[in-house]
Design a binder for this molecule. Structure first.
Ligand code: SF4
Ligand code: SF4
Length: 240
């Protein structure tokens, strides 16, 4: 039965437990980074970070809103990266779960061809093996009836995993609950992907590639004004 992950960003506290748990399960090393004046670290997905909790701020009136977005491969139902693939067997979709998996043969792929096909800017490349890499839904764990590590690690209930049908039902219920306080709340691309996000505000405010082709960057004037503004985490008030 197809599986899905439901990511309820209204419950996310940006603890980054999912990000670290992913690295630990994959046995990826820590990589030195610089403090860039943001909670988001590292700056982007890498071949050692298949999961990244994105952090952005936007000024609404005189209040700064915080937006948290645990970014990862969406495991598309009809993956554009697979359609762009030029190497047989390099990118496969697991029939049982719907997980999109990059195999060792992906080292023969052209990164830019595959990456530019992805609406969410996900694929990365291992600089040593040249293999293309990204989240594989912890397929080893899922086949052993275990939760993906990111889901297992989330103490807030932001990460959920199960049969697609059940996840869609849960996502719909949470959307209804959240909409009472946040009328702009929506589910992102739920008919096209196996990783379904609930956001409380416009998707572009969370991440440029939350939905393809929309930019959510902050203006310079807004950036300066935020320094003096009170802070509110979007969606955090909603429980149910
Ligand atoms: Fe491929 Fe991108 Fe879809 Fe993941 S999100 S399956 S990398 S197209
Ligand atoms: Fe958010 Fe849960 Fe990940 Fe923590 S573990 S950053 S609460 S999704």
């Amino acid at each position: 039965m197809p599986k899905a992950i439901f990511i309820d960003t209204t419950r996310c506290t940006a603890c980054r437990g999912c990000q670290v748990a992913c690295k630990e399960w994959k046995n990826f090393p820590a990589v030195p980074t610089k403090q860039r004046g943001t909670h988001q670290n590292p700056p982007d997905l890498t071949h050692y970070n298949f999961k990244l909790v994105r952090f952005s701020e936007h000024l609404e009136g005189d209040v700064v809103q915080w937006y948290f977005f645990p970014d990862q491969c969406r495991h598309c139902l009809e993956p554009p990266c697979k359609e762009a693939s030029t190497v047989d067997g390099a990118i496969i979709r697991d029939d049982a779960t719907g997980a999109v998996i990059y195999t060792e043969k992906s080292s023969k792929e052209d990164l830019e061809t595959v990456r530019s096909a992805c609406p969410y800017n996900i694929p990365r490349q291992d600089p040593v093996t040249k293999r293309l890499v990204k989240c594989d839904m912890c397929i080893d764990r899922v086949r052993a009836n275990l939760l993906p590590m990111c889901v297992k690690s989330c103490a807030m209930g932001a990460m959920n995993f199960g049969n697609r049908e059940d996840m869609l039902k849960l996502a719909g219920e949470r959307l209804e609950a959240v909409k009472k306080e946040f009328p702009k709340a929506s589910l992102l691309n739920q008919d096209d992907v196996s990783v379904i996000y609930l956001v409380a505000d416009l998707p572009a405010k969370y991440h440029e590639f939350a939905v393809a082709g929309v930019s959510g960057s902050m203006t310079r004037k807004q950036m300066l004004a935020r320094i003096f503004a009170p802070v509110r985490k979007i969606g955090q008030q909603v429980r149910g």
